[in-house]
Design a protein around this ligand. Structure first.
Ligand code: NZQ
Ligand code: ZN
Length: 387
């Protein structure tokens, strides 16, 4: 097991109607609030009114940054930063999915930085401070509610990049499973694939003798596989939504990578696809991940055998390790297809025009991944296999 540090300061407030706690959670940070939200789902569901009511109870002065896009854009983040500066904002409140949370984090860091917030993504500057952030999450997917990461897209240069810091962990996140009842089936699917992919990035590792981390990861996968299908079938199944929501948080809140060398190559590749084609992150991952698995499994067949047997219940009797490993990968693809996720870039009308550029960008700082270090040519091959 590698040496590691675990740091997570986010207070998780989980359960039905927990938005009632919003005022009391925000109050210590000040009354001048920037409320960040997306394209309108929170207005349709009534959550916007509930949030405004709770903020009204503490006499908050609320400014708004509406219209955060899925794959949130730098231009929108910059609008938020301007509001923070002009209005002396003290606290940034994100209400929505991962995109809204990520935009709010970038706004919070950019507001206290003299230069361009994009600097944080290109390693030109390091986040030294940020306005405090809180979130009300409405979609199980990214884990952004309990981590210090944000992913934003520079639409002008077609680059999607991450920024991260201990300063942009949410101070609190409210997770009410009922708020995810209105998530449409296709977004539920994208979330399921994203959560599973976060586990894969940390589970497929060359680090050995890590039974606790492996069983944590397998239990998150099994929970998502089971409850994901239930949530798609019945969007108002409270327990299914609750289990999915909590699994999403645990998949990326710093629990799974303890002492483990993680991979993250597939996320790097997917970000290049969505930077150009603006596709949902989960859809891109559903296409690419099984192809990454097929490309790399021979680096450590035993880990894929364990995955096949423990997660998909593949019967090893009479099969070679190679066959068991491949059966696990096929089971992954079959599950994604069964829940309605795409399997090829072609299904999203993406051809081979920009594959070269994507592979270049993905490897601009050198080979990516650790299970197998991928060069530009490897990335290109995985993308071609995904067409
Ligand atoms: O914009 P609104 O109207 O709110 O609608 C959203 C959006 O259209 C809708 N939605 C959200 N909650 C809803 C709802 N519709 C009905 N009812 C609700 N309760 O869902 C659509 C997608 O929302 P989005 O926030 O984009 O989805 P997600 O949470 O999957 O976030 C994706 C973004 O997060 C990044 C991705 O790259 C992508 O940009 N990631 C962030 C990570 C992080 N910060 O740690 C890690 C991830 O790997 C990922 O890269
Ligand atoms: Zn992801």
């Amino acid at each position: 097991m590698n040496a590691f540090e675990l740091y997570n300061p986010t207070k998780l407030v989980f359960g039905a109607n927990m938005v009632e706690r919003l005022g009391e959670l925000v109050e210590p940070y000040g009354k001048r609030i920037l409320l960040v939200y997306g394209g309108g789902s929170i207005k349709k569901s009534g959550l916007f009114d509930d949030v405004m009511f709770q903020l009204g109870r503490i006499g908050a002065v609320v400014h708004e940054l509406p219209g955060v896009e899925p794959n949130p854009r730098l231009s929108t983040v910059n609008k938020g930063i301007e509001i923070c500066r002009a209005e002396n904002i003290e606290f940034v409140l994100a209400v929505g999915g991962g995109s809204v949370l990520d935009a709010a984090k970038a706004v919070a860091a950019g507001a206290l930085y003299d230069g361009d917030v994009w600097d944080f993504t290109i390693r030109k500057a390091v986040i030294q401070e940020a306005l405090p952030i809180g979130t009300v999450l409405t979609l199980a997917a990214t884990g952004s509610e309990m981590n210090g990461n944000s992913v934003i897209t520079n639409w002008e240069t077609k680059q999607k990049r991450g920024l991260g810091s201990k300063h942009i962990y949410p101070r609190f996140s409210i997770l009410d499973p009922k708020l995810t009842y209105t998530v449409p089936a296709n977004q539920t699917v994208n979330g399921i694939v994203d959560i599973m992919s976060h586990v894969f990035e940390q589970y497929f590792t060359l680090t050995t003798d890590i039974p606790l981390q492996e069983r944590f990861a397998e239990s998150v996968l099994l929970t998502v596989i089971e409850n994901g299908e239930k949530a798609i079938k019945d969007g108002t199944d409270y327990d299914a939504r609750a289990n999915l929501l909590l699994a999403g948080t645990y998949a990326l809140n710093g629990t799974l990578p303890n002492g483990v060398t993680t991979d993250w190559a597939t996320h790097g590749i997917e970000h290049e696809v969505s930077a150009i084609y603006d596709i949902p992150h989960g859809a891109g991952l559903a296409i690419i991940f099984p192809n990454w698995m097929k490309y790399v499994y021979q680096e450590r067949v035993g880990k894929f055998v364990q995955y096949a047997v423990r997660v998909w219940g593949i019967d090893p009797a009479g099969k070679t390790d190679e066959e068991i490993a491949l059966a696990g990968i096929e089971a992954t693809r079959a599950y994604f297809t069964r829940i309605g996720a795409p399997a090829t870039l072609g299904e999203l009308e993406i051809g081979d025009e920009h594959l070269e550029r994507m592979a270049d960008e993905a490897t601009q700082f050198g080979p990516i991944g650790s299970f197998k270090q991928l060069t530009k040519d490897d990335v290109l091959q995985i993308l071609r296999n995904s067409l």
